[in-house]
Design a protein around this ligand. Structure first.
Ligand SMILES: [Zn+2]
Length: 305
């Protein structure tokens, strides 16, 4: 997920919406007809209560759990469908055609083979949200949702390739699947190997909301940045353009982060991401020098590939 801090206020509104529509449905009305009050005021506390905080040690065990591609696809279908529906309800048009869409799709096809699990994610589904927000998201099974604002903010092909790589890296490394794996592990423990299903995964609605609110740990975001920049470099693009994108976000959002609930700050701060990517650029140039890296500003402006 690539998103400047100030836009997370919109996420808060979306979460509030999901809280009311999903969770109040999950708790039955009392006999007096009144809804019981929501048990936790902070959603992240609730998730931690239900699923634990996902410490690193716990990850090694979860890595061993397999989620079948079919189950992953079902999880992603459901989550992306609900997300798209929420966008449309909020009045945002979602398109799957046009020059921007075609151009993005070509860039995705260029980056996709860099994935370690390219076979598992052979077809990437793309949706373009007609909104000036600078956001991009990936969903299990291989669905990407890009906001048009992200495309405009990238300014050139090199930065866009990095952003696409970032989203594909989340898929490649199964970052969205840790909750499903944890749940599968629990079900295996209590009800044998066949206790898990995508339907059960979303049964309470809580997992669906979690997939919208705080899908990744900051470490996952840093890893996805690294993959995106490395793949861009291997494809001949200048990863410093991806770094500069975070610098521009930092400059734009300076001061806007004050008062933001910390549980929504899933991304390392923009400036840290900028610095990490500049360091990585130097490492890549040292290991495998390339004096002719592409920026692709003109091709980007013309949506020509
Ligand atoms: Zn991300």
């Amino acid at each position: 997920m690539i998103r400047p801090l100030f836009q997370e206020r919109r996420t808060i509104r979306m979460i509030a919406w999901f809280l009311s529509s999903i969770l109040f449905n999950a708790f039955p009305a009392t006999s007096s007809g009144q809804q019981p009050s929501f048990p936790f005021s902070d959603p992240s506390k609730m998730f931690e209560q239900f699923f634990g905080a996902a410490p690193a040690a716990d990850r090694a065990e979860l890595e061993q759990i397999e989620i079948a591609p079919r189950d992953e696809t079902q999880i992603g279908e459901r989550a992306s469908r609900e997300y798209l529906a929420a966008l449309r309800r909020a009045g945002t048009k979602v398109v799957t055609r046009g020059d921007d869409f075609q151009y993005l799709q070509k860039l995705i096809r260029l980056v996709q083979p860099k994935m370690e699990h390219a076979d598992r994610y052979r077809s990437i589904r793309l949706f373009l949200a007609d909104s000036d927000e600078t956001d991009a998201r990936s969903f299990p099974g291989g669905t990407l949702i890009f906001y048009r604002g992200m495309l405009d903010f990238a300014e050139n092909e090199a930065a866009m390739i990095g952003v696409i790589g970032h989203e594909l890296s989340h898929l490649d490394r199964g970052h969205q699947l840790y909750d499903a794996k944890r749940m599968k592990l629990m079900h295996n423990t209590f009800s044998g190997a066949n206790g898990f299903s995508p339907d059960k995964f979303f049964h309470s609605g809580a997992m669906l909301m979690r997939s919208f609110s705080r899908p990744f740990r900051p470490e996952d975001e840093s890893q996805a940045d690294k993959d995106g920049a490395k793949w861009a470099y291997e494809l001949g693009y200048d990863p410093r353009e991806m770094a500069k994108l975070f610098l521009r976000m930092h400059e734009r959002d300076r001061g806007a982060a004050a008062g933001l609930p910390s549980f929504l700050r899933t991304h390392p701060y923009h400036l840290d991401r900028y610095k990490a990517l500049m360091d990585l650029y130097n490492e890549l140039q040292t290991a495998n020098p390339n004096p002719k890296l592409v920026i692709g500003a003109d091709d980007f402006a013309a949506r020509r590939f």
